[in-house]
Ligand binder design. Structure first.
Ligand code: NDP
Length: 341
């Protein structure tokens, strides 16, 4: 510890739902370079338990109405936005204007235009913006990313990335959760599709140039204006193709690379722990760590980038690239045809 120099980033969690409560707050008890300093919530009833569990002083507690006051709070360096997807952009803009660094959950925004506005606002206000792609911080995922460069089985020929789960059978159509509502950024593509898409990009180390997509709806009483299952194909400049599926109706968790001289795959590739896979010559690819280790790694990496003034591993621009593809997926699913990214 150097006197006068900050050695831990104070984080305020914004939106105290499932992910903030069950994963991020516990992860912030494991982190070395950041700590839970504050909260912002629209539910006053949640405050006492959070204060008690995490020792958060009254002065570090915000509602969405008085959130901009955070500008005057030196205990909070970074704001972590964990709300429904439609609020990612407005809250990022407010946090950036308050001079706070922004960590924002996936999907970054509702579309690429919003995502670009978020990057611009953070740049203008000289704060860092990172996206909560926890897997990119996971050691086994990083090994896969390295394999895209090292090509141990020769050139990539084909990728498959599938991410989904079966849920929502019990939902009352008159009272749907935000993940099923278009105005909040609902649908499988926004929620799980970005895992498949992001994985196709990091497993290839390349950017897709064209996209085609098709959506399927088996429960039309639940899925109105949002996708239940989306099948999309990403085409890369050198002929590489990634076939991807995302779904709220099927359990899917596979990332597979077929190469000239063999293959490798992770299944599951996007769980909180227990990542596992193998190669065509029988090598076991096993992750280690118990949830919430990914979230702790992610936040420590992001905190270190702030403390050292270095570039973050998963900057806002990474989210923008995904949102451009998501826009193309939605356009192709709506009107058909191949879309240029
Ligand atoms: P939840 O619905 O469980 O929680 C969202 C929270 O946002 C609510 O509890 C609420 O907190 C706040 N909120 C503010 N406005 C609204 C509104 N109009 N409707 C509902 N909630 C509102 O969602 P999750 O925690 O599962 O997801 C939040 C974000 O995190 C999403 O963007 C999601 O994609 C992402 N996520 C990422 C994961 C990952 O692995 N990286 C895993 C899970 C989610 P309050 O009452 O405190 O205001």
């Amino acid at each position: 510890h150097v006197p006068g120099r900050k050695d831990s980033i104070g984080v305020a969690l914004v939106g105290l739902g499932y992910y903030a409560t069950e994963l991020l707050a516990p992860a912030l008890q494991l982190t070395k370079h950041c700590h839970l300093a504050g909260i912002a919530t629209g539910s006053p009833g949640k405050i006492p338990a959070w204060q008690q569990r995490h020792g958060i002083p009254d002065r570090n507690i915000y509602s969405y109405d008085d959130f901009d006051r955070i500008a005057d709070n030196p205990a909070i360096d970074a704001v972590y936005i964990v709300t429904p997807n439609d609020l990612h952009k407005p809250l990022t803009l407010r946090a950036a204007a308050a001079g706070k660094h922004v960590w924002c959950e996936k999907p970054m925004a509702m579309n690429a235009v919003e995502a670009e506005a978020m990057v611009d606002a953070c740049r203008r206000n000289k704060v860092q913006l990172t996206i909560g792609y926890r897997l990119q911080h996971d050691p086994l995922t990083r090994r896969l990313i390295a394999m895209a460069r090292e090509r141990p089985y020769g050139s990539l020929l084909k990728l498959r990335a599938d991410a989904g789960f079966h849920a929502y059978d019990d939902v009352d159509p008159a009272n749907k959760p935000w993940r099923l509502l278009p105005q909040h950024g609902g649908g499988a593509m926004f929620d799980m599709g970005v895992y498949a898409l992001n994985a196709a990009r990091y497993a290839s180390g390349r950017e897709p140039i064209a996209v085609s997509a098709r959506q399927e709806i088996r429960r039309p009483h639940l899925f109105q204006g949002v996708d239940e299952t989306m099948r999309f194909t990403l085409e890369f400049a050198d002929g590489l193709v990634a076939e991807c599926t995302t779904s709220f109706g099927e359990n899917l968790n596979l990332l597979r690379a077929d190469c000239e001289r063999g293959w490798y795959e992770l299944s599951p590739f996007q769980t909180y722990d227990g990542l596992k896979g193998r190669t065509s010559d029988g090598i076991l690819l096993a992750g280690n760590g118990t949830a919430p280790y990914q979230q702790a790694l992610q936040m420590d990496n992001d905190a270190l980038a702030l403390l050292r003034g270095t570039a973050p591993l998963v900057p806002g621009e990474e989210g923008v690239r995904d949102m451009r593809v998501v826009d193309a997926v939605h356009a192709s699913a709506r009107a058909g045809g191949l879309r240029i990214v």
